[in-house]
Design a protein around this ligand. Sequence first.
Ligand SMILES: Cc1ncc(COP(=O)(O)O)c(C=O)c1O
Length: 402
Amino acid sequence: MPPASFARRATQLSSVMPTSAPADSIAFDSGHAFPGLLPDLTSEAGNALSEFRAETLQYAPRPGLPELRAWIADHMRADGASLNASNVLVTNGAKHALELVCRLMIDEGDAVVVTLPTYFSAIPIIRSFGATFVEVPQDANGMDVDALATVLDRAAAAGRAPKFIYNVPDFHNPTGVTMPFERRRALVELARRYGVLLVEDSPYRKVRFEGDSVPSLKSLDAEGSAVIQLGTFSKLLAPGLRVGWAAGAPDLLARMAQLKTDAGSCPLTQRVILEFCRAGRLDAHTTRVQETYRAHRDRMVRAFERQLPEVSFQTPNGGYYLWLSLPPGVDGDALARRAADAGVIVIAGSRFFANGGGDQRGRFIRVAFSHAGLDEIDEGVRRLAAAYHSLGTGAAAGAAAN
Ligand SMILES: Cc1ncc(COP(=O)(O)O)c(C=O)c1O
């Protein structure tokens, strides 16, 4: 098929099927779960397929299983948000929820606000609807709300308000930064004042290693219509189940439900999760997740301090990733390619910049500490350090300048 016949959204796609990392490589790239943490769901799956067969092997209700919607609402209420089951739409993961938000909101040429950098998988989802990106810088406290105010002001003056603001306030992907309370309040207030929907994507909210949790943006949304929160069971339980949700105003969710083309998300996986949560297993599992990933983070931090002190990073208090800043003269794309040859897969920072990144483009790489085991973390960092040093004089000069 000649590429000219494809839709505009497809013209920049590669003709090569996406593949997994080679089996002998160490994967620091995607945010996969540590295999040792995946729960045994045999008994939940057994119940789901016997006791609940009439439900789980049937088409599901479009908004999701009512009991799961109610459980998610309870779970979010315990986290400070005031909502009920009518505020929850079950989806096939948080990315699917984001896609539905885009389907609902974006016409070709509309603008969407994202952070600089932002979650790399959100970029093609939003772009595929023909949106343009307005990037707002962030610092050690997350999105710069003063810069956002300027953006929203200018857009309002030009009569071209962005369709939504996309943000990851807890353990941001890729930077790992968590937004403090005052900034969250200012962000929600800005969204409300300018009438721009705020999309809070918070898959790592419970993957906290130390410190107190900060109120979610959704919990600060007093009127209930300024924020839509995207949630997921991927990062706590099992990404392969593909169950997530959107929590927001019922009229918005009703429209999103009509735009779902999956005839309802899979009822079997929803019921398995419900059985797990109702059996009271989620709290103990969450503690295990936190303890395990804390140990992974600490191991990786120590490995970088020991083996590759030329890179710098802020140690995150949760999440799955380190965002490594490279010394001048070292290019993140080149390092990611060299690392793959050396048997460790990392993601070049350039993929996290919605508009290309300008002079920041080559300055970072992202590494995940979630998936690899402790010994693999040491070995992966050793391979990455070898790849770094094999880049030659640029790397060496950069190291000296750091
Ligand atoms: C910010 C962010 N949103 C969403 C997701 C994906 O969630 P899901 O597996 O539920 O689609 C991830 C996973 O890496 C993520 O980092």
